[in-house]
Design a protein. Sequence first.
Length: 454
Amino acid sequence: MDRFASTILNAWLGSHNRKPLVIRGARQTGKTWLVRAFAEHNNLRLIELNLEKFPGKADLFSPDDPLETLKNIEADLGIKIDPGSSCLFLDEIQAAPELFAKLRWFKEDKPELPIIAAGSLLEFALSKSRYSMPVGRITYLYLEPMSFFEFILASGNEQLYQRIIEFEVKSTIPQSIHEKCMGLYHQYCLTGGMPEAVKTWIDTNDLQACIKVLHDLLSTYRDDFYKFGGDIDARLLNKIMLSVAQQLGTKFIYSRVDPGIQAHAIKKSLTLLFQARVCSLIAHTSGNGLPLGAQSNEKFFKALMLDVGLISAQLGLSSVKPTKTKELIFTNKGGIAEQFVGQQLRSVQAVSTDPQLFYWQRTGGRLGEIDYIIQHADKIIPVEVKSGTAGGMKSLHQFMAEKKLELAVRIDSNTPRVEDVDLKTTSGQPVKYRLLSIPLYFTGRVSELIDEIL
């Protein structure tokens, strides 16, 4: 199964000013597999140290001299390391956060040796330790679950993927191809993009086996929190994870998690889930200008799970009849479409930057909400998500009138189209703008299609 992040890794290997690379992402998003595949593709001997399985190996790095450290590793593993044809891989580095400070010495004294570190709970580890990242001496790669496009490729639909990425707004997608893509969208909503679940689906075509993998992953996340003991209430975190699935698409309300638990305790635990990347924050934006985080109201936010497959597992969609699951997925019930779109928008941003999502909600007076607000160059673009083929857009019309914007995006189950909106809002305000409508499976190309319109 190919990952688009492989291209970034290959470019990093050949860069003139290469720094040690730290891969960040939730557990089981494929960090270790990515590094192993990268080493094999580039004919590098991978020197792999898993610091969670073997925490004692951290003392091999006790010298501040990389040459001495490499001698320690050679002696311990019984190997000879050739920096020009090897790659040093420190997996689960959060188990030994003191090693972050050591990475700078490799950049300065042994730049010819590619060195990669990966971790899934880095924010937890760094917040509890006195060690910090060596600023300017390392670079980052952010890994999300497999995107929908990666899922299409993994499922053996290379020609379909090629057709999708070649599509231009002015062209027409045949209905049969549209229906095939929507069928794959439905399947992705059930299996998700966690690599092990995707591989299980490809190997077995057994949805129940995929769901078993997803439930095992959820258990792994719960076990992680139990390991941290005292200051983390794992039972509360479990309730929050379920509540995130139930509150998809709406402002997150603490009392819906458990009315008997104080809001500050829920807020603290939810923050930990954000730090572990098991959940992600959709921050409020005023939509008045860039950056989008300016003038944000922190009392308003939404939350997503790491992966839509984990959502489907938590909501028990696998136990529903296939025809009924389509009905649930293709309606607004559960906010699955918003989870899917948010997940793809994160995947587009990820790899080189830590992805961020924003939405707009009126904070006083009349109701109004826009599912996502994205930045495209110097422009603010509102994005409305509709699970089915129809739905009102009163909030979008009002938002476009108030902010005086030129272009909006609607993501739904229809084939692509562009239209000129010219009407009056419910408050009688005239509004004119262009509306780019794309099907859900095109979310990963939204930036390119906006470029075409602009």
